[in-house]
Design a protein around this ligand. Structure first.
Ligand SMILES: [Zn+2]
Length: 223
């Protein structure tokens, strides 16, 4: 069962169409997999529609807590994204293949189903070309028994688990889990059975245990 969900601030912003494409894709895919958030977004959209006709409507304000800075960073990317129009004629694929494995994709990711993979040992990455400057969105696949060395984040790192499972110091994740981390978080993700994720990061990873060539290689895979 899905245990990790986007914050209500993110869900509200998604309902209002205010997120940059990379993050909107993640929200859309999570909402497709999560009934709880589906209901939340439907209610938020209804409220927005009602408020559109109400002159007294007050714009929602961010919660003033530790999440604020991270959300501000996500929103900083929106400006670069404003005038971009996605062409509807791009090829779509309901599945994505990596090595000898094929995975079903949520609708929001189907226009990226033909992305090209680069391989870094047990980690494979396929970049989505969203043109959002420092913010990079990717599919990340880790073979069974693979892991990512202990690291923290200079910016934010969003991981949406699409298939398989992985675990880190905070728990075990299942498909649909939406994991948003920043420099307050250190972790060492590893997977027994292998997994496919959608990731968004706005800065390179910062490895906390030494800095070897291998770590740099894996770091490039993820950012
Ligand atoms: Zn949810």
């Amino acid at each position: 069962m899905i245990k990790y969900h986007p914050s209500t601030d993110l869900l509200d912003a998604f309902a209002a169409g205010e997120l940059p494409t990379s993050m909107a894709i993640a929200l859309s895919a999570h909402v497709e997999l999560c009934q709880e958030c589906q209901v939340y977004v439907a209610v938020a959209e209804d409220k927005l529609a009602a408020n559109a006709f109400n002159d007294d409507a007050v714009p929602s304000e961010w919660n003033e807590d530790a999440e604020h800075e991270m959300l501000a960073a996500i929103f900083a990317d929106t400006a670069a994204n404003d005038n971009k129009v996605m062409t509807q004629s791009e090829p779509r694929s309901s599945q994505i293949t990596v090595g000898d494995k094929t995975y079903a994709l949520p609708r929001a990711l189907q226009r990226f189903g033909t992305s090209t993979w680069a391989s870094f040992g047990k980690v494979q990455r396929a970049r989505l070309n969203l043109d959002e400057g420092a913010t990079r969105a990717s599919f990340l696949h880790i073979d069974e028994g693979g892991s990512v060395p202990a690291h923290t984040h200079k910016g934010y790192e969003l991981t949406l688990l699409l298939d398989g499972t992985f675990e880190d110091e905070s728990g075990r994740y299942v498909p649909g889990d939406f994991i948003l981390l920043d420099n307050r978080h250190h972790h060492t993700p590893q997977t027994k059975e292998g997994c496919l994720c959608y990731t968004v990061a706005n800065a390179p990873l910062y490895f906390t245990k030494g800095m070897s060539k291998l770590l740099n290689t894996v770091g490039h895979a993820i950012y």
